[in-house]
Design a protein around this ligand. Structure first.
Ligand SMILES: Nc1nc2c(c(=O)[nH]1)N[C@H]1C(S)=C(S)[C@@H](COP(=O)(O)O)O[C@H]1N2
Ligand SMILES: [Mo]
Length: 301
C-alpha cells in the first residue's frame, strides 16, 4: 500500500554498504516504484536523513537481557535462538493463537523505513529498517471493538540471555501502546536493517519500532502481543515511575528528572560530533500530534 510515509525512503543506495538484499527484506513493490514524484508536503521534513553505518547500528545497542554495556548485545546476543519463532497474539482478538514467524512474513508486506531513533539517554541514530506495519499484523488477528491498548513481551530465556541474572528490570521486558498509537502507519515491526535480516542484538527476529517515542518503547524480540482494555504495565515505568511514563513521546521541552532532553548526541559522528537539537515527537510531529490532542504532555510524559 502506497501511503504518505513513503517519504521515509531516500535515494541512498543500500549496496554502498556492500550488503546484498535479502529476499525476505526486499522493499515492497509499491514503495520502490513510487519515487520522488509521490512526495507530498510532509515528505520534505524527512528528506536528507542519512542512515548511520551498519557498524554503528549493530555494535552500539541497548538490549539489557544481554548486559548493560553498549557492546554487550553484539557480544552475547548470538546465543539467542531465533528459529523457530512464534508470536502469540492474545486477548481481545478474533483469531488468537501462536503465529509462526515464517507465516507472518508470508502475509505481510515488508518495506524500508528510514527512521530517527532517539534514546531517552539522549543519543540518537538514523536506522534504515525493513519491516511491516503493526496495523497489518493486528488486523490479521482481528482486533475486537473493546480493545484499547496493546501489550508486548520480549522472550525470556535465562539460558540464552546472560543479563537476566541481574535484576536491572523486572523480566521479561514488557511494553505497551494505546491502540491508536499501535495502529498508526508509522508504527512498524522491524525484521531487517539495510536489507539484511535484523541482527539478534537489534531484536531478531522481529521488534517494535515507534519512531516518535523514546527508544525503550521499541521492544525487541517480541513473543507475545496482547490486546486489552487496560493500560498495560511497562518495564521502565515499573522500574522508575517518576522518570519513565507510559507515553514516553520524544519531547525536548520535558526534561528527564536527571537530565535535559533538549538535545542529543548523534552516534557515529566521532568523538567531537556536535550535539543536535531534539525535535518534537522526534521529527514526526506533523504525523502524530493529532493522537495527543487536548492532552497535557508534561503530565502524560
Ligand atoms: N527487550 C528489550 N527491548 C529493548 C531494550 C531492552 O533492553 N530489552 N532496550 C530499548 C532501548 S533503551 C533502546 S534505545 C532500543 C535500542 O535499539 P537498538 O539497539 O536496535 O538501537 O531498544 C529498546 N528495546
Ligand atoms: Mo534507550
Amino acid at each position: 500500500m502506497a501511503n504518505r510515509w513513503i517519504n521515509q525512503l531516500t535515494d541512498r543506495d543500500v549496496t554502498d554498504e556492500a550488503i546484498y538484499l535479502n529476499r525476505r527484506q526486499i522493499i515492497g513493490g509499491a514503495a520502490a516504484g513510487l519515487g520522488l514524484a509521490g512526495l507530498g508536503q510532509g515528505a520534505m521534513a524527512q528528506e536528507g536523513l542519512t542512515p548511520n553505518d551498519y557498524e554503528d547500528i549493530t555494535q552500539y545497542n541497548n538490549y539489557y537481557e544481554f548486559g548493560t554495556d553498549k557492546g554487550d548485545p553484539a557480544k552475547y546476543a548470538d546465543a539467542l535462538t531465533t528459529a523457530p519463532w512464534t508470536v502469540s497474539i492474545e486477548g481481545m482478538v478474533d483469531k488468537p493463537g501462536d503465529y509462526a514467524f515464517e507465516d507472518i512474513m508470508k502475509a505481510m508486506t515488508v518495506e524500508e523505513r528510514i527512521y530517527r531513533l532517539r534514546c531517552v539517554e539522549a543519543w540518537s541514530m538514523v536506522v534504515p529498517w525493513n519491516g511491516f506495519e503493526l496495523a497489518d499484523l493486528l488486523n490479521m488477528a482481528g482486533v475486537q471493538s473493546g480493545a484499547k491498548y496493546v501489550a508486548f513481551e520480549t522472550a525470556y530465556r535465562p539460558e540464552e540471555m546472560p543479563g537476566l541474572r541481574f535484576p536491572v528490570l523486572d523480566w521479561p521486558y514488557v511494553e505497551g501502546l494505546r491502540l491508536d498509537e499501535a495502529m498508526h502507519p508509522l508504527t512498524i515491526m522491524a525484521t531487517g536493517i539495510y536489507g539484511r535480516d535484523i541482527p539478534n542484538q537489534n531484536g531478531a527476529p522481529l521488534r517494535l519500532v515507534v519512531p516518535w517515542k523514546y527508544g525503550f518503547k521499541s521492544i525487541k524480540s517480541v513473543v507475545r502481543i496482547t490486546l486489552t482494555d487496560k493500560q498495560p504495565p511497562t518495564s521502565w515505568n515499573k522500574a522508575g515511575p517518576r522518570e519513565y511514563g507510559f507515553y514516553s513521546n520524544v519531547n525536548p521541552e520535558v526534561s528527564h528528572p536527571r537530565w535535559s532532553q533538549a538535545d542529543e548526541r548523534p552516534i557515529g559522528g566521532g568523538l567531537f560530533a556536535r550535539r543536535q537539537p531534539t525535535l518534537m515527537f522526534n521529527g514526526y510531529e506533523e504525523e502524530v500530534v493529532g493522537l495527543y490532542k487536548g492532552m497535557d504532555l508534561t503530565a502524560n510524559f
